[in-house]
Design a binder for this molecule. Structure first.
Ligand SMILES: CC(=O)N[C@H]1[C@@H](OP(=O)(O)OP(=O)(O)OC[C@H]2O[C@@H](n3ccc(=O)[nH]c3=O)[C@H](O)[C@@H]2O)O[C@H](CO)[C@H](O)[C@@H]1O
Ligand SMILES: [Mn+2]
Length: 253
């Protein structure tokens, strides 16, 4: 076990980890969970919370000691954008109703992904963001922030520190609760005004991180483009997207 893991291990931590698989995205569950068993917080107590509209299609995955999976049924939604955005509200409620007293940290991850290298205690922090794999080396004016002032996700030209990935963020329960609650409220207010941010909850996450700086910034090693996408700029691929055919996998592409 790496030194940093053995130091954190003494704190007897529980890492809650959330993932959503609705519609055809249930196909990603098996590889996600099996690769997490190999690489993600190995040796720690990890509790996965899987939200799905099809609990019956969740595959059997053998979990290691001190690792568990809770499947939570959610209503199916028609638009992929709604599925993606709705995660903020579900996470907010999960932290309020289930995680208090049960976990120390929570990470919220996309399911169309796999772990390829170790992800351990070095990633822990009060509020944790990951640099987006396509925009980490882009100049600020190319960040795909929401640029319409009508949206609460609006970030004016010239502002913003990084472009953060929507597919991976985390931190302590208190900080991630505040993040998810704020993003959920802002998504709702935008919806009432019939405006949907250009990258949905990812846009609101970026606005939140502009006003509430992450205490830890992870490199794109923690959310890479894909295992076969040139990884020259990074040292090791720890977690990456798996290929998907958007038109085939999304109900509305
Ligand atoms: C790498 C990265 O930062 N990806 C972000 C990006 O596109 P992505 O192309 O990664 O979005 P996506 O299609 O993977 O959807 C995000 C997540 O929503 C869930 N899902 C989505 C559709 C569906 O039919 N069923 C289902 O379960 C699933 O957990 C998926 O991982 O932008 C999205 C919002 O616009 C999210 O912020 C993603 O996290
Ligand atoms: Mn994704």
């Amino acid at each position: 076990m790496p030194v940093i893991d053995s130091i954190y291990k003494q704190q007897n931590l529980t890492i809650a980890t959330t993932v959503f698989a609705l519609g055809k995205y249930t196909r990603f569950i098996k590889d996600f969970l099996e690769s997490a068993e190999q690489h993600y917080f190995v040796g720690f107590r990890v509790h996965f919370y899987l939200f799905t509209d099809q609990p019956e299609s969740v595959p059997e995955v053998k979990m290691g000691e001190n690792r568990s999976l809770t499947v939570l049924k959610v209503q199916s939604l028609n638009r992929w954008q709604d599925i993606s955005m709705n995660r903020m509200e579900k996470l907010e409620k999960l932290i309020e109703n289930e995680l208090a007293g049960e976990a120390d940290y929570v990470f919220c991850l996309d399911v169309d992904t796999m772990f390829y290298g170790r992800w351990g205690a070095e990633s822990l922090g009060r509020l944790v963001g990951v640099m987006h794999p396509w925009l980490f080396d882009a100049p600020r004016d190319q960040f795909t922030y929401e640029r319409r002032p009508e949206s609460l996700a609006y970030i004016p030209a010239g502002e913003g520190d990084y472009y953060y990935a929507g597919a991976a963020f985390g931190g302590t329960l208190e900080d991630v609760h505040n993040l998810t609650k704020t993003c959920r409220e802002h998504l709702n207010i935008d919806a009432v005004k019939s405006i949907e941010a250009v990258w949905q909850e990812e846009s609101h996450l970026n606005k939140y991180f502009l006003l509430n700086k992450p205490s830890k910034l992870l490199s794109p090693e923690y959310m890479w483009r894909g295992i076969n996408e040139g990884a020259a700029p990074i040292k090791i691929v720890r977690f990456a997207n798996v290929p998907k055919n958007y038109a085939e996998v999304r109900s509305n592409a």
